[in-house]
Write a protein that binds this ligand. Structure first.
Ligand code: PLP
Length: 363
């Protein structure tokens, strides 16, 4: 496999050596050794800090989509109402997923370059539709946008909506995700974004209200949350624990906490601002519309005129830079720089922008 000296894909991101080292250990059985339980509990405590929550955190084997599916299936029955706030690939995708499991879904949607700002429309929909669950995406990775969620949490509380489900897969750790303050009942994270671990773990911060509903729904499946409710207390996990995966998450979250979350967030803001400024100075157009909120973890840029995305990608690679394309209606039109976690590094981002400048100026 060819590896590139300037990795800028918005997940999986470059895995730091400390995290790689945690994978190179011949662990015993996580079902038998109490050491694994201690590790799981400590990792949960770390992730609680990243999510600003006292809620329990379920750590599952699998990547982000596992958490997205498992949390929906564990809390919804066919016919129940879901209000999906959608501003991008994942927001609209979650609406489709909820529909696929039989929920009655109403979408409040905005274009892919926007972030939530239509509060009156959202409030009216909550009032009239009376959903059991509101879904939203914090960072829409394919669009490089960050949805403000505090106001959704306020509306959720005002109308007594039972569940607020948030995909924070590409924001947790890189920018504040205030699970308790924003009233999030199911906050979903993955290992290969800001945490910079391999793509093999997912986690969900589950509120007490969500646990009650999980008991009632009683969903059974590999991705079910229910078996995790008492897994630690009974030292009984639903399948062989992925010791390597949990160990990598532990080291990854330790690294962020040792740096200090305020410093980590500032690092992401700085590299993102630098990235936006240099791209715009080159005459490139950022995807988020001017009034939208760009994410400090990923930047989406329009492919310049006169070149196709595959050609641009090939030229970047010739210079050692690998970036992401995009998905859905943005496929082929947009490329993305993932400056999250280990890649929120000014030296790396400067190298990436130097290559982009070289290639774009030569067009
Ligand atoms: N949600 C968002 C916002 C994502 O960016 C991604 C992956 O890019 C996912 C969910 C799915 O995660 P995974 O690819 O780890 O299954």
């Amino acid at each position: 496999m060819e590896t590139y000296p300037i990795p800028m894909v918005p997940g999986p991101v470059r895995v730091p050596p400390e995290v790689l080292a945690a994978l190179q250990v011949d662990y015993g059985s996580g079902d038998l050794e109490r050491e694994f339980l201690d590790l799981y509990n400590q990792t949960e405590a770390n992730l609680q800090q990243l999510c600003a929550t006292r809620n329990r955190i379920v750590i599952q084997t699998g990547e982000g989509m596992l958490a997205l599916w498992g949390a929906l299936k564990s809390t919804l029955r066919p016919g129940e109402r879901v209000l999906a706030l959608a501003t991008g690939v994942f927001g609209y995708g979650i609406a489709e997923m909820a529909r696929a499991i039989g929920a009655e879904v109403k979408i409040i949607g905005l274009p892919y370059d926007a972030t939530l700002n239509n509060w009156e429309e959202i409030e009216a929909a909550i009032h009239e539709f009376k959903p059991k669950m509101i879904t939203a995406v914090h960072c829409e990775t394919p669009s490089g946008t960050l949805n403000p969620l505090a106001e959704v949490g306020r509306l959720k509380a005002k109308y007594g909506v039972p569940l607020f489900y948030v995909d924070a897969v590409s924001s947790i750790g890189g920018t504040p995700v205030e699970v308790d303050a924003w009233g999030i009942d199911l906050a979903l994270g993955g290992s290969q974004k800001v945490l910079s671990a391999p793509p093999m773990m997912a986690f969900v911060a589950v509120s007490e209200a969500a646990w009650e509903i999980i008991e009632q729904v009683d969903y059974v499946g590999y991705d079910a949350l229910k078996p995790f409710r008492h897994a630690q207390a009974r030292f009984e996990f639903p399948y062989t624990p992925n010791w390597h995966g949990v160990a990598s998450l532990k080291v990854a979250s330790d690294l962020l906490l040792q740096e200090g979350l305020a410093n980590v967030f500032a690092r992401h803001e700085q590299v993102a601002a630098y990235c936006w400024q240099r791209l715009q100075a080159l005459g490139l157009r950022l995807l988020p519309r001017p009034e939208a909120i760009p994410s400090p973890t990923v930047t989406a840029v329009y492919v310049p005129e006169g070149i196709t995305w595959p050609d641009l990608d090939a030229r970047f690679r010739q210079h050692g830079l690998v970036v992401g394309g995009s998905y859905g209606p943005l496929a082929g039109k947009v490329f993305r720089l993932g400056h999250m976690g280990s890649q929120a590094d000014m030296r790396l981002v400067t190298q990436a922008l130097d290559v982009i400048e070289l290639v774009v100026r030569a067009l």
